[in-house]
Ligand binder design. Structure first.
Ligand code: NAD
Ligand code: MG
Length: 390
């Protein structure tokens, strides 16, 4: 088996730590080029030593001295800041796994595609903001994007050997998040701690809260459209509290192919790191009889307004995805900071979309400049809305 040169962006996060775990188990398969992270330079340095990375980069220049000290004598080069993140993305690499959270993942992801790397993409926000740009750059530079989100990995696997033209529908499942069984009237008072605990998956805090509000599923509906090019009307979501089926693909002959597995991101990460090979992965093997029933129900539109907003965004196209994501990220910042309530997040995003629509801000070509401009405008409009409420 040939050795793959691989970089991990966001190696210190939930996705990144799982990716490092998998790579450390198969050191003959991978040669690590760059690891990048944020403030947790102790973890970043430990990972870089374990994997003997060529370079470790923190996004924050004020953390560089600590990173340098932690890696003294290791032979691992160090760097810091946004430009350094782009510079390491330019280094020739076979595979890049991007586990950066948020729109900040877009510029390094684009740079990785431009040097022809296969981009294993957990950073769904970049596809929501700029899907057509990522896909056209991948085509232009002979690069490839592989999904790491569990639902999209599941769809991708169900489509192996199939003709996308034979697909009738794609169903992505949702756990329903922390509040799926709460009475509706309690949601407005949900606290940060309550929203930060997921019933099935262990993930970073931001995506965990987005699972409770289903903004995560809203992003994933858009992500499905971008990856697989199907019409929004062909994409469905269903609540499946057991989180064992990750997605289903329905074909024109009525067949429905499901991807089943335990809620462990190492499956999707490992599949994308090893693709097109399937290698041994340390995920639990399901004992279906012991698991018991799998249940499904339709998501309630009142409980999950984010799903309706995602439909509006898909209909609007253009820069609507970037506006939606920017507003969502800012609303989440405000919820985490205790400035708005749980249900205010959807109200804030809806307001920003209306505001941008009224100002002509949803239309426009999907260039990096336009996407970053729309993202900035959306965050500003979210703050203005908050200010106007006093
Ligand atoms: P996390 O918060 O645990 O980790 C985020 C990583 O990105 C960290 O390494 C952090 O240092 C880095 N980072 C944060 N801000 C940055 C910036 N401005 N510039 C550069 N790096 C920055 O997040 P996570 O839960 O691992 O999620 C990562 C991505 O994967 C998100 O897009 C998320 O939606 C997606 N995803 C996560 C899971 C999961 O199981 N955690 C599942 C599916 C998809
Ligand atoms: Mg997912």
């Amino acid at each position: 088996m040939t050795v793959r040169r691989v970089s991990i962006f966001g190696s210190t996060g939930s996705i990144g730590v799982n990716a490092v775990d998998l790579i450390a188990r198969t050191p003959d398969r991978f040669q690590v080029v760059a690891l990048t992270g944020g403030t947790n330079v102790a973890l970043l340095a430990a990972q870089a030593r374990t994997l003997q990375a060529e370079v470790a980069v923190t996004a924050y220049p004020d953390r560089l001295d600590d990173l340098r000290a932690a890696l003294a004598g290791s032979g691992v080069a160090v760097a810091a800041g946004a430009d350094a993140l782009l510079e390491v993305a330019d280094r020739p690499t076979d595979w890049v796994l991007s586990g950066i959270v948020g729109a900040a993942g877009l510029p390094p992801g684009l740079r990785a595609l431009r040097q022809g790397a296969t981009l294993a993409l957990a950073n769904k926000e970049s596809l929501v903001c700029a899907g057509p740009l990522l896909l056209s750059e991948a085509a232009r530079f002979g690069a490839r994007i592989l999904p790491v989100d569990s639902e999209h990995s599941a769809v991708f696997q169900a489509l192996v050997g199939e003709d996308i033209a034979a697909v009738e529908r794609i169903v992505i499942t949702a756990s329903g998040g922390a509040f799926r069984d709460w009475p509706l009237e309690r949601l407005a008072g949900a606290t940060l701690a309550e929203a930060s605990s997921h019933p099935n998956w262990a993930m970073g805090q931001r995506i965990t809260i987005d699972s409770a509000s289903m903004f995560n599923k809203a992003l994933e509906l858009i992500e499905t459209r971008e990856y697989f090019g199907v019409d929004p009307g062909q994409i469905e979501t269903v609540i499946h509290p057991e989180s064992l089926i990750h997605a289903l693909v329905g074909f024109r002959d009525g067949a429905l192919m499901a991807h089943v597995g335990p809620p462990d991101m190492r499956h999707a990460i490992g599949y994308a790191l090893n693709w097109p090979d399937r290698l041994d992965l340390p995920v639990a093997r399901l004992d279906l009889a012991a698991e018991g029933p799998m249940t499904f129900r339709a998501p309630c539109a009142t409980r999950y307004p984010a799903l309706r907003l995602a439909r509006e965004v898909m209909a609007a196209r253009g820069l609507a995805g970037a506006v939606f994501n920017g507003a969502k990220e800012r609303a989440l910042d405000h919820f985490i900071a205790g400035r708005i309530g749980f249900m205010d997040m959807a109200a804030m995003v809806a307001h920003v979309l209306d505001h941008a629509d009224g100002a002509g801000g949803l239309a426009g070509a999907i260039t990096l400049d336009n996407v970053q401009g729309a993202d900035h405008m959306a965050r500003q409009a979210a703050d203005d809305w908050l200010g106007s409420r006093g």
